[in-house]
Design a protein around this ligand. Structure first.
Ligand code: SAH
Ligand code: SF4
Length: 360
């Protein structure tokens, strides 16, 4: 069975070619064709000879998903809904920042972590995405930019779409290796961020790996009682297990960590919560940035509302006074079902019964 060529790391492709009697450097020509020329087929690749193109075509494909829907926001955010080869729908988002263009990728169809505020967790995971399917999302956004003809390139990647990337660790790692490779898209390791809901043993594995990209942890609460209410994963992995993994990561990687904190009105957004969060951060203060995230209302989670502006300000000020580095996330595409998993869940509510069966 053919597999996606985007799922191969550079070394894997070089080894594959070498096994079939091709010189290793041919991998660099193929990657040139894939990631620079951005050819639609092997035959089109400028520096790949006919025989090699035919061999590759027998074993690999270049396109496995197609665009189902696209929503464009007034602020330049574009949300894509892609249909995978087996009919499942996934989301990918292009965001425009002052510092560049970032793409938010999906890693799983659905999510088993089931956080109480999240649209993605409404449906259990049907399957993991392959590394190739994750890379292809970035490529599809790049093709979209290419078609616009302004010479724009994807500069940043955030692994924050549907799914828990650390529950699909091998494919997430392959994806990171592929997009950061200098012969490919060459997205700098500091421009790649992986977000996790807090799988402690995987945080340790990530720290031990050679991936060397940024880590964001979805914390959302400063104590176990509240965190368990918001994120049921906290029952299995409470803060006493999570924080040592964070410490291990900080020590091992010598990098900072971002703590994500969704502000939910009257649930976790009081000044006392901010003070408790500062206590929890404690000695790690120089290595931590807190990213306060305005809650994106999800129809199915009507128990939550967005925090009042004054509460956000007071929360921010409390952290700042305690010396905690803190940012408030700028929202992108609020006019277009921006929250993670929202477009997909809406599409499925409105879709035909058949579509729902395929997707669910
Ligand atoms: N599963 C991983 C990565 C995907 S979720 C994780 O949980 O970290 C990416 C981020 O989007 C997380 O911080 C998550 O908490 C946040 N998020 C999910 N639903 C949201 C909503 N309705 N409003 C705002 N942020 C949300
Ligand atoms: Fe899954 Fe992340 Fe959504 Fe939680 S917030 S349900 S871990 S995608």
């Amino acid at each position: 069975m053919r597999t996606s060529v985007y799922g191969l790391t550079y070394d894997e492709l070089a080894a594959w070619l070498a096994e079939r009697g091709h010189k290793k450097h041919r991998a660099s020509r193929v990657w040139e064709g894939l990631y620079r020329q951005r050819a639609a087929s092997f035959a089109e690749m400028a520096d790949v000879n006919e025989e090699c193109a035919r061999l590759l075509g027998e074993h690999f494909f270049l396109r496995s998903m197609n665009e189902h829907t696209k929503q464009q926001s007034a602020d330049g955010t574009v949300k894509f809904l892609f249909r995978l080869a087996d009919g499942h729908l996934i989301e990918t988002v292009l965001m425009r920042h002052k510092f560049g263009l970032s793409v938010c990728v999906t890693t799983q169809v659905g999510c088993n972590i089931g956080c109480s505020f999240c649209a993605s967790g409404l449906l259990a995971k049907s399957r993991d995405l392959s590394a190739g399917e994750i890379v292809e999302q970035v490529m599809n956004v790049q093709f979209f930019l290419d078609r616009a003809g302004k010479g724009e390139n994807v500069t940043h990647v955030v692994v924050m779409g549907i799914g828990e990337p650390f529950d699909n660790f091998a494919n997430m790692s392959g994806f990171v290796r592929i997009v950061k490779h200098p012969k490919g898209l060459a997205i700098g390791p500091r421009h790649i961020t992986v977000s996790t809901s807090g799988l402690a043993d995987k945080i340790v594995e990530f720290a031990d790996s050679d991936l060397q990209v940024n880590l964001a942890l979805s914390l959302h609460a400063p104590n176990d009682e509240l965190r368990t209410k918001i994120m049921k994963i906290n029952r299995a992995i409470p803060l006493e297990k999570l924080m040592p993994a964070v410490d291990y990561y900080l020590e091992r990687s010598n990098r900072k960590i971002t703590l994500e904190y969704i502000l939910l009105r009257d649930v976790n957004d009081r000044k006392e919560h901010a003070a408790e969060l500062a206590d929890l951060i404690g000695h790690r203060v120089k290595q931590v940035t807190v990213n306060l995230i305005p809650y994106n209302p999800v129809d199915e989670h009507s128990q939550y509302q967005r925090s009042e502006q004054e509460s956000v300000r007071a929360f921010y000020d409390t952290l700042k006074k305690r010396g905690v580095n803190c940012t408030v996330r700028i929202e992108h595409g609020t006019d277009i079902d921006a929250a993670c998993g929202q477009l997909r869940s809406k599409q499925m509510r409105n879709g035909t019964e058949r579509e729902r069966q395929i997707v669910g």
